[in-house]
Ligand binder design. Structure first.
Ligand SMILES: [Zn+2]
Length: 646
């Protein structure tokens, strides 16, 4: 072994491939004993590596769980409690920042918008690539092309391999996130034919794509010196405890994930299977141990190398903490659990205790019968949480309401303003008592996301009557009424939402849109100002404010709002258009030209934008520049031909 402090030659430095297959239940993978699926790649990795049989995710939610996988910390430390409304703060120590500081090239290729770079997981990555949503700019943040919010596994892998091919001699860390097994379960046809269950088909497809990564590593002759880690962010429910998909409860169906580690060959680790339990937060410390890089003190997980080598110095498995704050989005209590040896305690307004050995399906709540054990675990849970909370970092990084709308298209409900930390969770309703209401709002949200808002109107109206304090139901009802052109009724729904959550910027914004359409400009203006007080960078609110000022001929104020709009969102096409027009009207052609060009770069097929750009060039005396723009406008729209001024 090299003396400490000496750098090892680069050739010996292992590469790291981290694969997260979203929504992958461990018990649906072949090497975990599942017979009806098809996961030859994962099974192959397990045959050559270490398989952990019991791996506990910190939360059944994609963004916070991935934050834990990359930072090695629990959600109360990294601060991201849900997919909606949270961003990983800057300055975190992650697997990527650590490896980058040790000379690694770092690349991340993610399959879904929920892990967009703006959520903060891009820290430490030289390259971070994910789907970028193409929004249609009509002042309505709900109009979005759903297909641009996620990418198929093969597309993600192809891009990752493209990046790998351009890497030089430096060791690399590549993180590949495959979103496919997430609902809706729609595997490509050849995998749908292969397996009767479409969820299995999606898993088989993701496994197939992962196979392409392994093949590449082998073809390049670098497989043996690459550490491959495959895991998932959470499992999936298929009706267990009445739950479908994931996020609402924290039973094992959505918490147990696979973890397979294939070590570099020179470590001569014999293939084996380890009972555990271990935790997702143990992953980055374990990777760093393999690379002989010191584990940063911020990481709360435990390196598993001693366990892998079967050394006696590995203490008994640490307690595994899990949580979901998703119920908070509906005004219901968060759920938190701790698993210690065979027992699992779930802290809820109606607490639960399970003996996982005797009752792995968590069907028999022992809280009433074994209160002493439950209270002991409750106090340990409290201590674990208190130990883990990081006080140093700023929390509540602003999230744009527009992102919230985009996430809704992926099935994630919530608001850009999470419930305040001061709310006492035990005072809120228990999610177990609200499952029916949750299913009703989720079904309506699904209809809305599919563009079938009209079908959701009646169920939502009933839901708001029966669950009057359900903020999101009022908000969604208002949005569906708005898209049906029922402005007055929509305004009423938003007013009800505002009464429940006066801190929710979206409710004010949408009410202002109703008032705008009803010609009540003073009300609209007041609501927009409320929305902007809560979320100063709310691009759509600035846009509407600009429109009101423009109608009132307060051009300087209108210009200022459109400028703020593009400062918050540089790709806001309609705001560039407005700026182009207003500057052109003032004879400020260079500014007008700049904004019309921006519109064209965002939407090259916009004939009117080419025409207006041509006009602006022409009026500024640049006939040569105007010509091709007139031609482009004419090509795109014959009605604009021959309209060039002499
Ligand atoms: Zn996920």
């Amino acid at each position: 072994m090299a003396p400490s402090g000496w750098a090892r030659p680069p050739a010996a430095t292992p590469n790291v491939v981290l694969i997260t297959i979203d929504t992958l239940r461990a018990d649906r993978v072949g090497c975990y004993g599942y017979k009806q699926g098809r996961t030859p790649t994962l099974d192959g990795l397990a045959r050559q590596g270490v398989l952990f049989r019991t791996v506990v995710a910190p939360t059944p939610l994609t963004l916070p769980s991935h934050c834990s996988i990359l930072t090695g910390t629990y959600p109360m430390a990294h601060g991201v409690r849900d997919n909606v409304g949270y961003t990983l703060p800057g300055g975190e120590t992650t697997l990527a920042t650590t490896l980058k500081s040790h000379g690694y090239s770092t690349g991340a290729f993610v399959g879904a918008y929920v892990l967009d770079a703006r959520r903060g997981l891009n820290q430490g990555f030289d390259t971070y690539s994910g789907p970028s949503p193409a929004t249609k700019r009509e002042g309505d943040p709900r109009i979005v092309n759903l297909r641009t919010l996620e990418r198929k596994a093969e597309e993600v892998v192809a891009e990752a391999l493209e990046w790998l091919r351009t890497q030089g001699r430096k060791p690399f860390l590549v993180w590949i996130h495959l979103f496919d097994p997430h609902d809706p379960y729609e595997p490509p046809p050849r995998f749908r034919k292969l397996l009767p269950d479409p969820y299995d088909g999606e898993i088989a497809y993701a496994d197939y794509a992962l196979g392409q990564v392994i093949e590449y590593l082998k073809a390049q002759g670098i497989y043996d010196r690459t550490l491959v880690v495959a895991t998932s962010d959470h499992g999936e429910s298929f009706g267990e405890h009445g739950e479908f998909a994931h996020g609402y409860y924290i039973y094992d169906t959505t918490l147990l994930v696979p973890l397979i580690i294939k070590a570099p060959a020179d470590l001569a680790i014999a293939p084996r299977s380890i009972g555990g339990p271990v935790r997702s937060i143990d992953i980055p410390p374990t990777i760093l141990q393999f690379l002989r890089i010191p584990v940063p003190p911020t990481m709360q997980g435990t390196g598993l190398l001693s366990l892998i080598f079967g050394k006696r110095d590995y203490r008994r498995p640490p307690d595994a903490y899990s949580e979901t704050y998703y119920p908070n989005q509906f005004g219901w209590s968060a759920l938190r659990s701790v698993r210690q040896r065979r027992f699992k305690y779930i802290d809820a307004p109606k607490p639960e205790l399970y003996d996982l050995l005797a009752d792995p399906q968590e069907l028999h709540n022992l809280f009433g019968r074994n209160r002493a054990m439950a209270l002991e675990l409750k106090s340990q849970l409290g201590a674990l949480v208190a130990r883990s909370v990081s006080e140093q970092r700023p929390r509540g990084t602003p999230v744009s309401p527009v992102d919230v709308e985009l996430l809704k298209s992926l099935g994630y409900l919530g608001t850009s303003t999470p419930l305040p930390q001061s709310v006492r969770q035990q005072d809120l309703p228990d999610p177990k008592d609200k499952l029916a209401a949750f299913k009703r709002i989720a079904a309506s949200a699904q209809l809305a996301a599919e563009g079938k808002c009209a079908q959701a109107l009646a169920p939502l109206a009933r839901l708001t009557t029966e669950e009057p304090s359900l903020f999101l139901a009022h908000l969604l009802l208002g949005q569906c009424r708005l898209s049906a052109g029922q402005h007055e009724a929509a305004a009423d729904a938003f007013a009800a939402a505002i009464r429940l959550r006066p801190d929710a910027a979206e409710a004010f914004f949408y009410k202002s849109v109703c008032d705008f359409h009803l010609g009540r400009m003073d009300d609209s203006l007041a609501d927009l100002n409320f929305a902007l007080k809560i979320k100063p960078e709310y691009s759509h609110a600035h846009f509407y404010l600009g429109r009101i000022y423009q109608q009132r001929q307060q051009i300087a104020a209108a210009l200022a709002e459109f400028q703020k709009c593009i400062a918050a969102d540089p790709d806001f096409e309609d705001a560039h258009y407005k700026l182009g027009f207003l500057f052109a009207e003032q004879g400020k052609y260079p500014e007008a030209i700049r904004h019309f060009k921006m519109v064209i770069s965002l939407n090259p097929g916009d004939a009117e934008a080419h025409y207006n750009l041509a006009l602006a060039y022409s009026k500024s005396g640049d006939a040569a520049a105007a010509r091709p723009e007139f031609d482009a406008a004419c090509r795109l729209n014959a009605a604009l031909c021959g309209r060039s001024p002499r």
